[in-house]
Design a binder for this molecule. Structure first.
Ligand code: CDP
Ligand code: MG
Length: 715
């Protein structure tokens, strides 16, 4: 046998090994997502709809909605919550008299996909009876749209124009269990609206069973008599089978390697059934896939009868590749899906019998003492671990191999900290203030954020000129910041750009920064992808992106040209659209149109005027600095969208934030966002060359671009 027999030991609670014998209860937490697999595509739409588990509850849902102001609906992914419930409401007359049924989604793509699906089910053209509204893209009609999907952030924006959301008869807050920042904000605001509009109905759709928290939040019955409850719960049962859980006997030093070994061990020793392995990001997924492919090849060489089919799954994977994970493998093949957290709640893959759980997930985290928001690899919660395990028991009893000890499992937090408690709150505070909620500290939060984060956000908004001494929105800056669909730092940069004389360039830069990955680096063509360097400039990513955008236009937005230069064609097209909308907003706010005519310093200074709080020292002499848009952690910390700036600019452009102490050294004049603190957040390394040579992204792929040399003129 060629495959290395793993020496990793698992034990199952209640079986032969150490620890207590306790069977864990598994819940069935799931969500909807843009990646949808429909096993019934051969049936008519009518039959497909009737086959969904939620169909049996149709009348019950309608009845509950007559009786309660708020209804919590719990049901696993794919049971039909998102696509069916709004249609039941429409059919029952909830959208009569020009009223609209609104359904919120945490993600933009999900809003588009479900709107398309529901329009298709109704035989309607998207944008009429069924539409969607997301940032920078509105496919709904003021008069004819009856079911409208929108992001929860968009709903909060709509409240600015229509504080009581009068056009909606029912609002369904979907995927509420995800507890995203804007879902939580929308929940708090809707609770307020309900008091003024008792006839408005609210549905909170969740894929986890812990509906009690939502129930307690919305139930306005203080009498203690359940007959007077204003909130009801309905559970759409999903079928699940028992899953045996195994732990490692000792901690695993390298979960990537351990995942590979465990897959091979399952393949050699376990009965038929597909495998699903959880990792934290694309990079890890690709690494495991490649290692497993090597193993699979050597198995084939040694004539092992049963083959392995290894498939990656992550959100950035091309659609056709994603769909492969749903294809059934022939009986002579064992399918192994190596996925990010996307497979925990957002998709359901049939046939999975074995799950491998590395115990980690990539989460957005915010450190109020450094004011740094970053993506961090963090241990999962017990709820997540149960959910991951549950993916093995959808079709028949399964097994879950946890790459951690039971002792470590016990140390995991019981549930994932909601985004509200781990995000930069500056944008949220702006919007709450704009909605007339002056005392944000007393807002009805489902989970109140840490006070330090609140104070920090208030400080930042004050430094940006969005709030005055009394914490009120300033006119016009604060009010405009709240209205602008970008975060306050971006807005400040855009609104100031006319004064700097570079609004044309800045609006392009802001638009390109809204695109996740402008550069595409196919793993097998890394070398060729060095082509990017053509656009890279030493000042940093912002001007690089400006160069890319301008070259894209010069080449008539050609997809062929993008492919040749490893650029994200669709992303750039989106940047063109976003730019146009930002331009319109800037016209509305009378920001003059002007250009720096090739002078990069003007542009860089304008960037600093918005992003001064995100400054870091890149050179140990302390004299050379950068500003960045965010920090991402993989194996190391990376800054995203980095640009070199002169330290004197920080003092010049943000005197209330920085003041000069000695030559080359800056001191902060308020407690937040210290460059020094940024460096200390990059522990465990003490000040060392590595600490100061942050990799630049996207230039990070190119050795030689990592260290910033002296500026070179561009444009
Ligand atoms: O919201 P939930 O996860 O409960 O389910 P849903 O999004 O309403 O989807 C119900 C079913 O509709 C899925 O299981 C798919 O079979 C089908 N569907 C589809 O074929 N295409 C879509 N874009 C969305 C759903
Ligand atoms: Mg859904």
């Amino acid at each position: 046998m060629a495959a290395p027999l793993s020496n990793m030991k698992f034990w199952k609670p209640g079986a032969e090994a150490p620890g207590i014998s306790e069977e864990r209860e598994l819940n069935t937490e799931t969500t909807g997502s843009p990646i949808i697999f429909n096993p019934h595509t051969t049936l008519s739409i009518e039959k497909q709809r009737q086959k969904l588990p939620v169909f049996k509850h149709r009348n019950n849902i309608l009845f509950l909605l007559e009786s309660f102001q708020t209804v919590i609906i719990v049901g696993e992914t794919g049971c039909g919550k998102t696509t069916q419930i709004p249609q039941y409401l429409l059919e029952a007359g909830w959208a009569a008299d020009g009223k609209v049924i609104g359904v919120t989604q945490p993600r933009r793509v999900a809003a588009i996909t479900v709107a398309n699906r529901v329009a298709e089910e109704r035989g309607a053209l998207l944008g009429h009876e069924v539409g969607y509204t997301i940032r920078f893209d509105d496919r709904s009609d003021l008069h004819s749209t009856r079911i409208k999907f929108l992001t929860d952030g968009m709903l909060v924006r709509e409240m600015m124009a229509d504080p009581l959301l009068r056009k909606y008869s029912v609002l369904m807050l979907d995927e509420a269990h995800e507890r995203t920042l804007y879902t939580d904000i929308a929940l708090g605001l809707l609770k307020k609206i309900q008091k003024k509009r008792p006839e408005m109905r609210l549905i909170v759709a969740s894929a986890t069973l812990d509906a009690e928290k939502f129930h307690d939040f919305f139930n306005q019955n203080e009498s203690g008599d359940p007959a007077k409850d204003t909130c009801g719960i309905l559970t759409v049962e999903g079928r699940t089978f028992p899953v045996d859980v195994f732990y490692t006997v000792s901690p695993v030093p390298d979960y990537v390697k351990a995942t590979v070994e465990t897959v091979m061990k399952i393949h050699e020793t376990e009965e038929d059934g597909d495998v699903l392995a959880f990792l934290t990001g694309q990079e890890e997924v690709e690494k495991v896939v490649s290692l497993l492919q090597d193993e699979a090849r050597s198995l084939a060489r040694y004539g092992m009868k049963k083959h392995l089919r290894i498939l990656p799954m992550y959100s950035g994977l091309p659609y056709a590749e994603q769909m492969k994970v749903f294809e059934r493998a022939p009986s002579s093949v064992r399918k192994v899906v190596v996925a990010t957290n996307i497979a925990e709640t957002s998709i359901t893959i049939n046939g999975i019998v074995f799950v491998i759980d590395c115990a980690f997930v990539k989460l957005r985290a915010y450190n109020p003492s450094t004011a740094i928001e970053s993506l961090l690899v963090t241990p999962i919660s017990k709820a997540s671990a149960s959910q991951r395990a549950g993916r093995a028991g959808r079709n028949r009893p399964g097994k879950c191999f946890r790459l951690y000890t039971e002792e470590d499992f016990e140390k995991l937090p019981s549930s994932t900290v909601p985004e509200m408690q781990r995000s930069n709150l500056a944008p949220v505070i702006l919007q709450l203030k704009a909605l007339g909620i002056d005392n944000v500290l007393r807002f009805s939060f489902l989970s109140p954020p840490p006070a330090q984060t609140m104070v920090q956000a208030l400080e930042l908004l004050y430094a940006l000129g969005g709030l005055d001494h009394y914490g009120r929105l300033t006119e016009p800056m604060g009010v405009r910041m709240a209205e602008f669909p970008l975060s306050p730092m971006f807005t400040k940069m855009l609104l100031e750009s006319g004064n700097f004389g570079c609004s044309k360039e800045i609006v392009t830069i802001a638009a390109t920064m809204q695109i996740q990955n402008i550069f595409v680096v196919p793993s097998n063509q890394k070398k060729q992808a060095r082509e990017h360097r053509k656009f890279a400039v030493a000042e940093g990513d912002h001007l690089t992106m400006l160069n890319v955008y301008e070259a894209f236009l010069k080449h008539q937005k050609s997809s062929q040209w993008c492919q040749e230069h490893f650029l994200n064609y669709k992303g750039l097209l989106r940047a063109v659209m976003v730019r146009e909308q930002l331009r319109r907003l800037m016209n509305k706010f009378k920001v003059p149109r002007n250009s720096s005519e090739g002078d990069p310093d003007v542009i860089l200074k304008c960037i600093v005027s918005g992003f001064f709080a995100n400054a870091a020292r890149i050179h140990h002499s302390g004299s050379y600095r950068v500003v960045f848009s965010e920090i991402v952690q993989t194996s190391k910390y990376y800054m995203r969208d980095v640009t070199a700036v002169e330290s004197s600019w920080l003092v010049e452009l943000a005197p209330h934030f920085y003041k000069e102490a000695k030559v080359g050294h800056l001191l902060l004049s308020c407690s937040s966002a210290a460059p020094q603190l940024l460096l200390s957040c990059c522990e465990p390394a003490p000040p060392s060359p590595q600490l100061f040579s942050f990799s630049l992204s996207p230039s990070a792929q190119f050795p030689g671009q990592q260290e910033i040399s002296s500026p070179v003129r561009v444009c």
